[in-house]
Design a binder for this molecule. Structure first.
Ligand code: FES
Length: 150
């Protein structure tokens, strides 16, 4: 057995272990379609949903974009949640259709590459930093001290 063949399985095991912390697929982007403007006038959710679905949901089988009715952040329209079966759940508000959609495209890409979907702060667009409402850890990741993975 030469050196390369001896180390290959160990490397493969390491790669699989590292990949084990990546969020399960699909990443689910939930867009509230009942959000209205702050004055209660116009419904802004459907436009946000259409834009996000067109930008993210059509060409990537690992991402599902779905419409939902109310994420209980009604005073901060438009609202969107990003989650996966074994990943963090992020909830955002105050999103404008164009800038919010652009920010979500890069956020979802980072989410897919991050342990437990925990997108580093530096990789979050400004509108998502300001619009952050909640960050909820995945169920299977639960250290005693509650700290986020590094
Ligand atoms: S109506 Fe959109 S969060 Fe409640």
């Amino acid at each position: 057995m030469d050196r390369d063949s001896a180390t290959q399985p160990a490397n493969q095991v390491l790669i699989e272990q590292l990949q084990a912390n990546l969020p399960d697929r699909p990443v689910v982007v939930s867009v509230c379609i009942t959000c209205k403007t702050a004055d209660g006038g116009a419904v802004v959710g459907p436009e946000m949903y259409a834009a996000v679905q067109a930008a993210i949901g059509k060409d990537d089988a690992n991402v599902a974009v779905r419409p939902v009715q109310c994420l209980s952040v009604c005073k901060r329209p438009a609202t969107v949640a990003v989650t996966s079966p074994d990943g963090y759940t992020f909830l955002f508000g105050d999103l404008q259709t164009e800038s919010g959609t652009a920010a979500l495209i890069s956020f979802v890409q980072s989410y897919q590459k991050s342990d437990f979907g925990l997108v580093p702060w530096r990789e979050r667009a400004e509108v998502l930093r300001k619009g952050m409402v909640a960050r909820v850890p995945p169920i299977r990741w639960s250290p005693d001290d509650g700290r986020a993975p590094k």
